[in-house]
Design a protein around this ligand. Structure first.
Ligand code: URA
Length: 216
């Protein structure tokens, strides 16, 4: 797996990541969603550099210009519900892409820390020969992405798989490296050191779904 980690250095991306981590700024859920969307836009731009491009003559009112344009058949697939703002960010840039949605949630038995991932709903176009982007804002254990990959197999074999994520844990990144095909690319805005006993990223941001869509 090739890892494109944009977590270090001075960048606007890091400003947005810092804002989604900040408990005070998190109180504004509209800003939280918008920041995730902006992160999705910046990661999409970085991802766009890995696409295949072909020449196309474009006619302007005063002449023609040969431009290099992406030829990939993109499918953007997001995990409901936390993935929605990230999905919107990608869609802002790749407005011609096809879309897939899948629901996955963690099921804990009683108070147990261990959990299984339940996949209930998925809607996807054919993935055969396409360039698939799986987006999941929090790459914590990697189990959700593993289950999503299994479920999507019924829709054909993509030519290329990419994962777009906001914050991951070292453990989760190692796990997806093991279970995804070798030519998978990961685009991620930050990788944190640890997980807690319930599989939350430390320091992370908390629960991304609740922050974006949960009760106040
Ligand atoms: N999902 C989240 O929303 N946050 C985490 O830290 C881990 C999984």
């Amino acid at each position: 797996m090739t890892i494109h980690n944009f977590g270090d250095g001075n960048s606007l991306l890091n400003q947005f990541v810092s804002e989604i981590r900040d408990v005070e700024i998190q109180k504004d859920s509209m800003r939280f969603r918008r920041n995730i969307e902006r992160i999705g836009e910046i990661l999409s731009y970085e991802f766009s550099k890995t696409l295949t491009y072909g020449d196309k003559a474009v006619t302007t009112p005063l002449g023609t210009k040969v431009m290099s344009l992406p030829v990939d058949k993109l499918v953007l697939c997001s995990v409901l519900r936390a993935g929605l703002p990230l999905h919107q960010g990608m869609l802002n840039y790749f407005d011609g892409a096809e879309n897939a949605f899948i629901s996955a949630y963690r099921h804990h038995r009683g108070d147990e820390d261990a959990f299984e991932v339940i996949v209930k709903y998925f809607a996807s176009p054919s993935l055969e020969g396409k360039n698939l982007v799986l987006s999941d804002p929090m790459l914590a254990t990697g189990k959700t992405l593993e289950n999503v990959l299994k479920a999507l197999k019924e829709h054909g074999e993509p030519e290329q798989i990419n994962i777009l994520s906001v914050i991951g844990s070292r453990e989760g990144v190692e796990y997806v490296k093991k279970v995804f095909p070798e030519n998978t690319r990961l685009f991620i805005a930050a990788i944190d050191d640890k997980l807690n006993s319930r599989g939350y990223i430390l320091p992370g941001i908390g629960d991304a779904g609740d922050l974006a869509f949960g009760e106040k």
